[in-house]
Every structure is written in structure tokens, then in C-alpha cells.
Write a protein that binds this ligand. Sequence first.
Ligand code: PXP
Length: 249
Amino acid sequence: MSATELRLGVNIDHVATVRNARGGDTPDPVRAARLAEKAGADGITAHLREDRRHISDADIDALMASLKVPLNFEMAATDEMQAIALRHRPHAVCIVPEKREERTTEGGLDVAREEARLTRFIVPLREAGCRVSLFVAAERTQIDAAARVGAEVIELHTGAYCDAHAEGRFDARDRELRALADMAAHAHALGLEVHAGHGLTYDTVTPVAALPEVRELNIGHFLIGEAIFRGLEPAIAEMRRLMDAARAP
Ligand code: PXP
């Protein structure tokens, strides 16, 4: 991969959300994953939540069996999820905080508080060959802790930046963007690979994609929504175009 390359991971969770609204088999997230591959996704991301509200165990089985691009398996740091990851050995495991009552992943992991537990938790995943990523807010204490626990990757939570943009709080948005830029540079200097995601849209992706240390963006909800209007492949192709334009020398 060249120094400027920026991968796009397409999160297909919300195809499963629509399927589960009715039960049954459609729309099929695996079909969406195959289309995403065709449209230029470099990876597929899926979050198997403890309550299985969108992606199911059978979806993970099917994705592992049929994907050509790597699977980024998002999961909470529980024994159940660790066992599933060790059975499948996906390319990457992204550890996220999870609360049953939340609508989506609301904040980053508190790596600093859970340092000892996460250090032990990560070892078998790394031994199984998974790249372990921790989903964290753009805060120095969390990033320093992520480097100490043995993660290879951090994914910076872009939700606060995107929310501030959507709500027209532009000073706050610019502050959040500066924190993302500073912490991407800091994490890179510590030897961590830097990813970013959550809440990104066509309107918010460019400044994040332009951060030189960021190597991967994971984007889901907006793309699946946009697919209703223009189709999944064109929706992804437009995101890819914006990312490449942001990265152009
Ligand atoms: N990255 C992580 C770690 C996430 O938990 C999520 C949401 O599941 C995303 C990226 C994608 O966020 P969105 O669906 O808002 O694009």
C-alpha cells in the first residue's frame, strides 16, 4: 500500500437492520457486501452485537465463507465474542464499547480504565492472526493506553465531529477536527495504524480523509441510507471519489 492510500471499509450492519424489521431473509447483508466489493470497498465491516439486533451469527458465517476482501469484525470485549472471533479468525477485530440501551456505539472504549483486562483480552486474538483495533475517542490518555495494551490499530471515533457539523455547531466541529488531526499524528508517532469512522457522510468525509496518517475509514449508516436513493454501488463509488479527491497530492 502506498503512503497515501486510504482504504474504505463498508459497514453493512444496517442492511441487516432492515431485514430484521420484518424477519425473513431480505435484504441480504452478504449480497450487499458483494456489491460493495464490486463498487470498490477494500473491506467489509460488521458488528455482531450482544443482542444480535442487526448482524447475526449466520451472517458472520456467510461473510467469512464468501468475501474476497477482508472482514473487519466489530465486537465488544466479552468472552462470548472472543470465542466467536477465535473460531473465525477474521482479518481484523475492532473492539468497541457496547451498552444494550444505546442506539449506536456512543463513545470510545475506556482503554485507560480497562488497561489490564484489555491487555489479556487481546493476546489470543493477536496469536490467532487478527489485527486488533480499538475504537477510541481522540484523547491522548486513551491512545497512549491503546499503545500499551498491544493493539496494532486504533479507530478514531468521528461521531462528535459529525454531530457538531450536523447541528451547525461549527466552532465545536472545528475543535473536534483538530483533536482528530492531533491524535492521528500522535497515534502514528507511537507506531499505531490509524483508522477513523462513525457518522461520516459526503459532507463530513473530506477533512478526515485528508488526514495523512489515516489509513482506513469505516462507513455504514449513511451509505446504506444513500443506497435507497441512488443504489449501493453508486453510493459507495461517490464516497470513494470524495476520499480519493481528499487524498490527491
Ligand atoms: N466504526 C465503528 C467502530 C463503529 O462502531 C461504527 C458503527 O457501527 C462505524 C465505524 C460506522 O459508523 P456509521 O454506521 O455511522 O457510518
